[in-house]
Write a protein that binds this ligand. Structure first.
Ligand SMILES: Cc1cc2nc3c(=O)[nH]c(=O)nc-3n(C[C@H](O)[C@H](O)[C@H](O)COP(=O)(O)O)c2cc1C
Length: 178
């Protein structure tokens, strides 16, 4: 299978980068083709809401790094979103990319895929990621994609906080069991 990992953190050696590394290793060891896209390193404009794409066969007015992502998005069997929690949602870096899915909505909604979620946050409250999870579930529902697994690392302000937890192992297992 083709697995597309899309990360949203600006920290290349941060908490969620570790989860992304682990899921990648697990999926590779299981023999999958794995592509990783770090959205924070890309030049992706936020959607203008101009609807040019709707009237022009999915072509966006922007010719930015989203053009590198669309081909993988269309051909991936599995998509894994990886994000730190920023104000109870995904990061803006990742959301910019997700909003730009809009241009190719009709195709995406007809293409079966699995969507998984890996996330980390500092708070230890059980409800800390509720809004993010509902968003993830709603994306699956709207896109007609299979709702996959979640690894939600609470109490993880930094990568160090993951050291004594089972979250990295769970991320690797998720990749291995795709
Ligand atoms: C702008 C910003 C917003 C954040 N919002 C939350 C939040 O709403 N809840 C929370 O528990 N942690 C929040 N955090 C903490 C991060 O989710 C946490 O430090 C995470 O481990 C960072 O992951 P990273 O190293 O992969 O970027 C926030 C951090 C930043 C910088």
């Amino acid at each position: 299978m083709k697995v597309l990992i899309i990360t949203g953190s600006p920290h290349s050696k941060g908490t969620t980068a570790l989860l992304a590394d682990e899921v990648r290793v697990g999926a590779k060891e299981a023999g999958h083709e794995v592509i990783r896209i770090d959205t924070a390193k890309l030049d992706v404009h936020p959607c203008l809401g101009c609807y040019h794409c709707r009237d022009n066969d999915g072509r966006c007015v922007y010719n930015d790094d989203m053009t590198q992502i669309y081909p993988h998005l269309l051909t991936a069997d599995v998509i894994i979103l990886v994000t730190p929690l920023y104000y109870f949602g995904m990061t803006a870096q990742l959301k910019r990319v997700v909003d730009r899915f809009f241009a190719i909505n009709p195709i995406l909604r007809k293409t079966p895929k699995q969507l998984h979620l890996l996330a980390a946050c500092g708070d230890k409250d059980k409800w800390a990621m509720d809004a993010l999870v509902v968003h993830f579930q709603t994306l699956c529902r709207y896109l007609h994609w299979q709702e996959g697994e979640k690894v939600l690392a609470i109490g993880a302000y930094t990568r160090e906080d993951l050291k004594d937890s089972d979250y990295p192992t769970r991320a690797r297992k998720l990749g291995a069991e795709l």
